[in-house]
Design a protein around this ligand. Structure first.
Ligand code: MG
Length: 323
């Protein structure tokens, strides 16, 4: 089904599945799921680099994949580490419920709250900023008690709109406001840092973190807010994530199939198994069902995801569905 984004409707998810077969015949899989308008490589560019490997690749070549190909690198990293992660089956992580933009959110909250969701994500920046802000208190009033609301503007706002929203959010239970202004706007980094300093509601970076070097840049500038991490875009994502402040990470979907999402989620479970924090932030993986062919979807969106749901994704079944 088409996904509504700040750039209109996204109806076709293009990507690559990588199958690595060891010399002993053991096969493992990874997914390259680019989002070119975020600034990643395109599927065509990734496919060209794969063609250069000519069917054989070794660890040195994987390590040498340039940062520009972060999505392809993630695919190879996922495949070569597929058997390295051991998860405790009893572990579980909370998931954020996705609300429709605009007034449509009001009709969905009740049922999602009854299911047990306590973190809700509402897309803003879709309609007129003043109209949407007038709905905020209605949305908050619908939430079950103890819930948190995430707002995601996908970079849609001007500085003025962002300030107006942040002033409104200040004394309300807003977990964070994601990407209020566009990552590629003139002076965006300074503007985001200024907003983070001036208002109490945490600001989350999403489109502003495309590759590993973006994550490093924000770390070095002592970014005080949240890091929304789409492992699928981050190349050797494990290395990036391990440098970030554990309490300020949100693991998030790149709208990939369950091949890539399974790898990203195993990474999240692995990360929280050793991170010294009380309550992990809800995963941004409440995205399924997403695909026409259901076999590419992950488990249906429930308030908690169990490690056992992602421990053994039957990827060869998905691979066979493609070929
Ligand atoms: Mg976002």
């Amino acid at each position: 089904m088409p996904v509504r984004t700040a750039r209109g409707f996204w109806s076709k998810r293009e990507g690559l599945l990588v199958r690595l077969e060891r010399e002993d015949g053991h096969a493992s899989f990874g997914e390259c799921a680019p989002i070119p308008w975020f600034g990643t490589e395109t599927v065509g560019e990734a496919a060209e680099l794969c063609a250069d490997f000519d069917g054989r690749v070794n660890d040195v070549q994987i390590d040498a994949i340039p940062e520009k190909y972060g999505c392809l690198r993630f695919a190879f990293e996922s495949a070569r580490n597929a058997d390295a992660v051991r998860l405790s089956d009893s572990a579980y992580l909370p998931v954020a419920a996705l609300l429709p933009a605009g007034r449509g959110a009001l009709d969905k909250i009740g049922a999602l709250g009854d299911l047990g969701f306590r973190t809700f994500k509402w897309k803003v920046g879709v309609a007129d900023a003043r109209e949407e802000i007038a709905l905020l208190d209605d949305v908050l009033a619908e939430l079950p008690s103890g819930s948190q609301l995430r707002l995601d503007a996908n970079g849609a706002w001007s500085r003025r709109d962002a300030e107006h929203w942040l002033a409104k959010c200040a004394d309300r239970p807003i977990e964070f406001l994601e990407q209020p202004v566009a990552a590629d706007a003139c002076g965006a980094d300074d503007l985001l840092s200024g907003l983070a300093e001036d208002y109490p509601t945490p600001i989350a970076l999403d489109e502003s973190i495309v590759g590993a070097s973006d994550a490093s840049r924000w770390l070095e500038s002592d970014w005080p807010g949240i890091f929304v991490i789409k492992p699928a875009l981050l190349g050797d994502a494990r290395r990036v994530i391990n440098r970030l402040p554990a309490g300020r990470i949100v693991f998030s979907s790149a709208l990939e199939t369950f091949v890539g999402a399974g790898a990203a989620l195993r990474m999240a479970f692995e990360f929280y198994a050793t991170a010294n924090i009380n309550s992990p932030r809800a995963l941004g993986f409440g995205v399924w069902p997403l695909f026409m062919d259901k076999c590419f979807d992950g488990p249906p969106s429930l308030p908690f995801l169990r490690a056992e749901n992602v421990a053994n994704v039957n990827v060869s079944e998905l691979w066979n569905a493609l070929i």
